[in-house]
Design a protein around this ligand. Structure first.
Ligand code: AMP
Length: 126
């Protein structure tokens, strides 16, 4: 079952290929649960993506299907990456696009971490 309103997970997606080492990335952290790397098209001085090692198409899929250990391990990695990048004092934003309304482009769950400058308030008003 997939729960995201997205197609089922495809091993051909670009982040699966990065996880398999088929495509390079600028890695900032890796552990048993997560890989973090710089976004190829940064929107802030710090723009890092954190992805789980497991095959989850979206935030909805990950939070419904992943084990407690995977969820805890992933979110601990997010916190660690922000800390290791020195962003705790200045602050940062976490963001995850889920499905069509959010414009999710890559169908492997990921969290964007933005920092290094004030990043404004929330989302643009419609
Ligand atoms: P989203 O719209 O949340 O799915 O965001 C996908 C993000 O992945 C975008 O910010 C892209 O710039 C980024 N991205 C796509 N391909 C790569 C890549 N090969 N390495 C690093 N970041 C990438």
């Amino acid at each position: 079952m997939h729960v995201s309103g997205l197609p089922p997970y495809s091993e051909a997606n670009i982040f699966a290929r990065i996880l398999r080492g088929e495509i390079p990335c600028k890695r900032v952290h890796e552990d048993a649960f997560a890989l973090a790397f710089h976004d190829i098209n940064p929107l802030a001085p710090v723009h890092v993506l954190v992805i789980p090692k497991g095959a989850y198409v979206s935030a909805a899929d990950f939070h419904a299907q992943a084990s407690d250990a995977e969820i805890a391990g992933f979110w601990r990695a997010v916190g660690r990456v922000a800390r290791d990048l020195g962003l705790e004092a200045s602050g940062y934003r976490l963001l995850s696009n889920m499905g069509p309304d959010a414009g999710q482009e890559v169908p492997h769950f990921h969290v964007h971490l933005f920092g290094g400058r004030p990043v404004g308030r929330m989302v643009p008003k419609a």
